[in-house]
Design a protein around this ligand. Structure first.
Ligand SMILES: O=c1[nH]c(=O)c2[nH]c(=O)[nH]c2[nH]1
Length: 277
């Protein structure tokens, strides 16, 4: 039985690039990205014999990220990813596929050249180019949200192992991970990101929740209503459990005002919301 090489790709992961753009009036703008490149193509020789004639070094890929940030600026993570993926697949005969994953760490402006990191929110993009096929995903992760009421969980299955009490008032908290596919590569990536992020926040805060699953659907629906061009949104919502601490042993009343924020294990609610047409 012959042993052969299966699918493979390679690239420079997590190139951190911060692009400063200086306006004539001394105001600076800042874009902070983490860029991961993965290339595929005619790469059998390097795996089987170590002949590297078809290999564009990952070090070169890193340099390209820096050079393109300098030369072209960073219009959006999606646009920068497309620029890179198109470059790698069109400039090297042996490279036929490129996947570029990008994270953007948003900064809020404090002054003309001063900024503060915007919480744990990360904007994400993923670009795939293979021949003439181009696919762009946008999204976000780490959007941490909490409702301190308007959340219940009851009416669930009870079997021999169920100890969970039903609750009519609990804290509901999550860190939203959302991903959407753009129907076209010339979409207004920034506008969709802003509308989707706002829709996610509004739906989370505005939904009286009987389960995180119900909140997930409401959030996905709100994104599709706010972004008519999108046909699908994929959501992963960790249920960041907050357990009431019983303070009665300390001679204090039992009103649920102090909670233990447990980090693991956590419920993980995942779902895709789609337009059925
Ligand atoms: O919103 C929830 N959905 C669940 O499926 C679940 N399971 C659980 O133990 N707590 C919760 N909360």
């Amino acid at each position: 039985m012959a042993i052969v090489l299966g699918p493979n790709r390679y690239g420079k992961a997590e190139t951190r690039v911060v692009r400063v753009t200086r306006a004539a009036d001394g105001t600076h703008a800042l874009t902070d990205l983490n860029v991961s490149v993965a290339l595929s193509g005619d790469l059998t020789d390097t795996h089987l014999t170590g002949d590297n004639a078809h290999v564009l070094p990952t070090d070169t890929q890193k340099n390209t990220v820096y050079a393109f940030a300098k030369q072209h600026g960073i219009a959006s993570p999606e646009a920068f990813g497309l620029l890179l993926a198109r470059h790698f697949t069109s400039s090297q005969e042996t490279i036929t596929g490129a996947r570029v994953d990008l994270e953007e760490y948003p900064w809020n402006r404090l002054g003309p050249h001063s900024f503060s990191r915007e919480g744990s929110l990360v904007r994400t993009a993923s670009v795939e180019v293979s021949g003439s096929a181009e696919t762009v995903f946008g999204g976000l992760t780490g959007l941490t949200l909490l409702n301190s009421t308007d959340s219940e969980f009851a009416g669930f299955i009870r079997d021999d192992y169920t100890t969970l009490a039903e609750t009519s008032d609990r804290i509901l908290a999550t860190a939203v991970d959302a991903r959407w596919r753009f129907p076209a590569v010339d979409a207004d990536f920034d506008a969709v990101f802003a509308a989707a992020r706002d829709a996610l926040i509004d739906a989370f805060t505005g939904t009286y929740s009987y389960s995180l699953q119900q909140t997930l659907f409401a959030m996905g629906k709100a994104v599709l209503e706010a972004c008519p061009d999108l046909s699908e949104v994929r959501l992963r919502l960790p249920n960041k459990h907050h357990f009431v601490v019983d303070c009665t042993p300390f001679g204090l009343d039992s009103a649920p005002e102090v909670f233990h924020a447990d980090d693991r294990p956590y419920g993980l609610i995942e779902g895709t919301v789609v337009r059925d047409d």
